[in-house]
Design a protein. Structure first.
Length: 497
């Protein structure tokens, strides 16, 4: 019997071969054990799909694709695209992407059904739903207390990401489909780096140079970016700063309401340091204002939200955010006073002398010498320099604080000297402070730029320098005694000679 008689009307060996390949690729099968076997599964699938892509689809082949796609969705446990799949079933992402691109020009609804069903990755779920989005009550078959060793998991997740990216690109301009794809991504993709890549892809597609921005796709991009922020907020991620900067850029493209929204809910998205140093700073920059085309009223409203954000961050984390908050609030006197008060409240408990000295120097630079003096005295209370720390990094801050006190007047110097005596035990530092205090008359706001002063220089025999002199002499005595106590025999003989 001739072989041709086995073929039905309109059938061909090519059609049968394509249909057989589709049936094989769509079967549900368990991921094998071992690296080699798992890589072989991926490689065989890719080779077979490469052969299928060489075939040009005609009407008869499209009919086969439709028939098999419907069968995959309804075939039950034998199909890798059925409603229920085994937890360790080989994912269908690569195959579904091929089906999606093949069916999309002919039957978009069926193409999206296939792709959305294939988005799941049960191996990463404990008791997650694996049915399609409209029927969430089908639970994946779970093997408890055993996590399979999938050596190709990173490759599988990248294929899942590619499938999602393909759907996002195809759904541009269709708000209903974009919303469905977004829900599927949020539900099924667990890798923050892959979600971030999808957010960036959506952003690029939405802002192509040859067309106006697609606001719906921009919003999808923003939603994905927000999910990345929430996922990585409490975990270490080396790309975190890049992600935060990108999110602010995306929100700027969406509009001023998006920027205001992320500032209102900053505590669920950013750390206090990120919120002040990146988010609020970028929002208040000139480039953002120009990009948004804001009028004066809108600018002030946005700046007010940024200042409120900065103050909230300063209250939550004064050590890392106080200086940024002061800088951001410079143009609003009430907000600036509030930030300064936050620093004062945190100075006794939550801030180190280094942070306080830094803010004190900032205050002097901004033209608030008395506030700088106040913060410097608070910083001195946290400092402790022992006799042998003559290269301590805080020495320059101590000298600056004493110079500031000296420039403000005798009363301020008299108030700071007891703090210096209590905190500094290093003889060379104390003698340097003493020498500087005797060079000029107290009360010169700027020693370098002032004219010759006819006032009397301070006496070492009287307060407040007498206390500093005694402390310096005592420090030298203690230092000498300590060094003699620990001197080596060779150095001792040299000392006697």
């Amino acid at each position: 019997m001739p072989v041709q008689r086995l073929l039905g009307d309109g059938e061909s060996y090519l059609a049968l071969a394509v249909e057989t390949a589709l049936i094989g690729l769509g079967q549900q099968r368990v991921m094998p054990d071992g690296l080699y076997a798992q890589e072989k599964v991926c490689r065989n699938e890719e080779q077979l799909l490469a052969k299928l892509q060489e075939v040009e689809l005609d009407d008869s082949l499209v009919k086969i694709f439709r028939k098999q796609a419907v069968f995959f969705l309804e075939a039950g446990p034998y199909s890798g695209l059925g409603e229920i799949v085994h937890r360790e079933s080989v994912p269908m992402h690569t195959f579904a992407r091929y089906l999606f691109t093949s069916l999309l020009p002919h039957d978009a609804e069926l193409a999206y059904k296939i792709a959305l069903r294939a988005m799941r990755l049960p191996v990463l779920e404990s008791t997650a739903s694996s049915g399609d989005l409209s029927r969430p009550h089908h639970i994946v078959s779970v093997v408890p207390n055993r996590y399979p060793r999938w050596f190709t998991l990173s490759h599988i997740e990248s294929q899942q990401c590619e499938l999602a990216s393909t759907m996002l690109t195809a759904a541009k301009g269709d708000s209903r489909r974009l919303e469905t794809v977004l829900e599927s991504i949020q539900k099924n993709i667990h890798s923050s780096s892959h979600i971030f890549k999808l957010a960036q892809d959506a952003f690029k597609i939405a802002t192509l140079m040859d067309s106006l921005p697609d606001i719906t796709l921009l919003k999808v991009s923003l939603e994905l970016g927000l999910q990345v922020m929430r996922i990585t907020l409490s975990t270490l991620n080396w790309r975190r700063r890049e992600m935060v900067r990108w999110l602010v850029t995306c929100a700027t493209e969406v509009g001023v309401y998006a920027l205001d929204s992320i500032m209102q809910s900053w505590f669920t998205l950013f750390t206090p340091t990120e919120a002040t140093s990146i988010v609020a700073t970028t929002v208040m920059s000139n480039s953002t204002i120009v990009r948004l085309h804001l009028d004066c009223h809108q600018q002030e409203k946005l700046a007010s939200s940024a200042r409120t954000l900065a103050l909230q961050c300063a209250m939550k984390d004064p050590q890392n955010c106080a200086l940024s908050a002061l800088t951001l609030c410079e143009k609003d006197q009430i907000a600036f006073e509030t930030a300064y008060q936050i620093v004062l409240d945190a100075a006794t408990t939550g801030m180190s002398y280094t942070q306080l000295f830094t803010i004190a120097r900032y205050m002097e630079h901004r033209g608030y010498p008395m506030r700088a003096y106040k913060l410097a005295t608070l910083a001195m209370a946290h400092l402790n320099l022992s006799y042998n720390q003559d290269t301590h990094p805080a020495i320059n801050d101590v000298l600056w604080a004493c110079a500031l006190s000296h420039s403000l007047g005798k009363n301020e110097l008299a108030a700071v000297i007891p703090l210096v005596v209590k905190s500094v035990k290093c003889a060379t530092v104390l003698s340097d402070i003493l020498r500087r205090c005797t060079l000029t008359t107290p009360g010169l706001v700027s020693v370098l730029h002032s004219r010759r002063n006819s006032g009397k220089l301070m006496s070492l025999d009287k307060a407040p320098l007498r206390q500093l002199l005694d402390a310096t002499i005592g420090a030298y005595i203690n230092t000498t005694h300590s060094r003699l106590t620990h001197i080596s025999p060779r150095h001792y003989s040299e000392f006697i000679e």
